[in-house]
Write a protein that binds this ligand. Structure first.
Ligand code: GDP
Length: 443
């Protein structure tokens, strides 16, 4: 599934994500490679151009986060663009409540997987507690009615068919009447396909649509046909105002061009993907999951997301000032623990504290110890947190009792904190550190 595109993009972003500094040239080179990868994936040219210009604009406009490298931030920008072009949010079916029957109309070219997808969706809705009826109104492809009847039997869903009929509207009418009589609450209509988009096909669908007044008009498009699928979606959307697309044979699509182009070019969202020939092989389309699958850098993306949530540029600046003026207190120390918990790793804390990168072995800090230290600091008064020098023996006893630790452990924490502060001060006066800091700040 999308293996080829995934390999190409993954290589590009992997080489960029490790960089601690990014120049405009780096971005330009990476973007050029992304462009080639997208074109090779058969993404529509207009989409490629938009993708590239938005990525460049955002990558150069991003405010620099201290806690992640610019390369990692660039990966996040590419990921965000993928999500955006795949369609942003998951789009679900808009069906009515159980008392009013909903109608779903299926359209598509012959061989796109229309009949199979209609059965797959019926099964899915049945599992969600609805009572579907399949209507066999594809009277053009010779075996379509038989095929739908067989599928219906296999998945235990009734199928309305009029053997030998040449009038799709009559079949649809019979289906709607039966649904009402038997209290079936989702009517799924399989309409005729053709070898290609033509006026006769569109006219038939328009007529069936006018009769059935469907809540959903779904096009089944074959992902393997790439830009052709996109063009088909555009033509159908113009003609019958689609509410969504099922992208079939996604399991066999290594390129991804259709998935990335349909929303932008045809103007209609992908709602499901077909992932195999079996009746169970239909999945909701989640742009975020597909983007992660394509890029394969989930850890970097979530790290940047968390950093964006947890620390702004102002926080980092404030922290640096405190360190330089040696007013970094136990309270600030505690605040860092809380951040680490949000970030989920000690490594990210260390990289966030200016000058600490490469100065502390992350293995020296473990989460359990952090929890114990946090409990101790929480048992201190505000005054003690702001000036740890006042913590004498009697205070230590009180803090130890309050936090369920020993007097020795309280002493150890204060010693460690003292040492750390001294080191921070030293490091922050160091010339090498100063230039490292400037680089981190993007100067
Ligand atoms: P229709 O002419 O549009 O009704 O097409 P069919 O439903 O008969 O499907 C055409 C072929 O595509 C059949 O062999 C299906 O098994 C196959 N097919 C449909 N959907 C998928 C899918 O999501 N993945 C794969 N691998 N094959 C599919």
């Amino acid at each position: 599934m999308l293996d080829r595109l995934s390999d190409r993009l993954n290589n590009v972003v992997r080489s960029v994500s490790g960089k601690s500094r990014i120049t405009e040239q780096n971005i330009a080179d990476a973007v050029e490679e992304i462009k080639v990868a997208l074109l090779e994936a058969d993404v529509n040219l207009k989409v490629v151009r938009r993708f590239v210009s938005r990525t460049v604009r955002e990558a150069s406009g991003e405010s620099v986060l201290r806690s992640v490298s610019p390369g990692q931030q660039f990966v996040k920008v590419v990921y965000d663009k993928l999500v955006e072009f795949l369609g942003d949010e998951r789009q679900d079916l808009a069906l009515r409540g159980p008392d009013v029957p909903s109608v779903i109309l299926f359209a598509g070219l012959q061989g796109s997987g229309k009949t199979t997808s209609a059965a797959k969706l019926a099964l899915r809705l049945k599992k969600e507690g609805r009572r579907p009826l399949l209507v066999a109104a594809d009277l053009v492809r010779p075996a379509a009615v038989d095929q739908l009847q067989q599928l219906g039997e296999r998945i235990g869903i009734p199928v309305e068919a009029i053997p030998g009929s040449k009038d799709p509207k009559a079949v649809v009418k019979a289906g709607l009447a039966r649904a009402k009589k038997e209290q079936l609450n989702v009517v799924i209509i399989d309409t005729a396909g053709r070898m290609q988009v033509d006026e006769a096909l569109m006219e038939e669908i328009r007529q069936v649509s006018a009769l059935a007044k469907p809540d959903e008009r779904i096009l089944v498009a074959d992902a393997m046909t790439g830009q052709n699928a996109v063009e088909v979606a555009r033509a159908f959307h113009e003609s019958v105002d689609l509410t969504g697309v099922i992208l079939s044979k996604f399991d066999s699509d290594t390129r991804g061009g259709a998935a990335l182009s349909i929303k932008t070019i045809a103007g209609t969202p992908i709602k499901f993907i077909g992932t195999g020939e079996g009746v169970e092989d239909l999945e909701p389309f989640y742009p975020e999951r597909i983007a992660s699958r394509i890029l394969g850098m989930g850890d970097v993306v979530s790290l940047v997301e968390k950093a964006q949530e947890t620390i702004g540029a102002d926080d980092a600046e404030r922290l640096q000032k405190k360190i330089r003026s040696a007013t970094f207190t136990l309270e600030d120390y505690l605040e860092q623990f809380q951040r680490v918990r949000k970030m989920g790793s000690v490594q990210s804390l260390l990289e966030m504290i200016p000058g600490m990168k490469g100065n502390i072995d992350p293995d020296q800090l473990d989460m359990d110890q952090m929890k114990r230290e946090e409990a101790i600091i929480l048992s201190m008064t505000r005054e003690e947190r702001h000036n740890h020098r006042i913590i004498g023996m009697s205070r230590r006893k009180r803090i130890a009792a309050g936090s369920g630790s020993s007097v020795f452990e309280v002493g150890q924490l204060i010693k460690r904190f003292d040492k750390m502060r001294a080191m921070m001060k030293k490091v922050s006066k160091n010339k090498k550190y100063q230039s490292q800091l400037m680089a981190q700040m993007g100067h």
